[in-house]
Design a protein around this ligand. Sequence first.
Ligand code: C5P
Length: 207
Amino acid sequence: MEVWSIVVAAGSGRRFGGPKQLVELAGRRVVDRSVDAMARVSAGVVLVGAADQLADLTTSGADRIVAGGATRSASVRAGLDVLPESATHVLVHDAARPLVPEAVCDRVVAALVDGADGVVPVVPVTDSLRSVDGVPVDRARLLAVQTPQGFRLDALRAGHAGDADATDDATLVSGLGGDVRHVDGDPVNLKITGPDDVRIAEVLLDD
Ligand code: C5P
């Protein structure tokens, strides 16, 4: 078994108002923190960046750097294309989650060792929920999905065949009937989406 990671960082940061992966959190860029977290738990890291930011990413510490695509799924596929032959499993991580605790990665890898096709870290939803039509939604039936998501490489490649598109990879592997398991995520593993998230992340780093 050889586990590699793909860190996707090629988003435009439209909701953030700029390239959030290059923003510094307590003196260190979001993307560098994410690459470092995945390097600790895998044999190598492929970083997928926006074509016009590749020069900024050479100091990230990633083993391979490649340009992404127009959608997150296309960016994951760009990463899949440059994995070494020796890789058997892959962790796909959003660069926008720079605080991922090592314990979350360890739980994902442990489930892969146990034979899962796919592994998704999840956390309970704590807010009360309503649909856009005003219909109350039972939060006990819902889970929020985080990254890194882990996969048997064959299973993830099959999910991405035919240029499929989804906001996460587990959706593509589940759609083919793969054995996709849940493990505990962590509320600390927040996704930097807006400027307020940078302030929250800095508080968490200060703890
Ligand atoms: O847009 P969203 O916040 O869901 O993006 C999640 C992750 O996917 C981010 O780290 C972003 O940089 C990455 N992404 C990408 N290529 C795209 C769109 C998003 O690598 N075309």
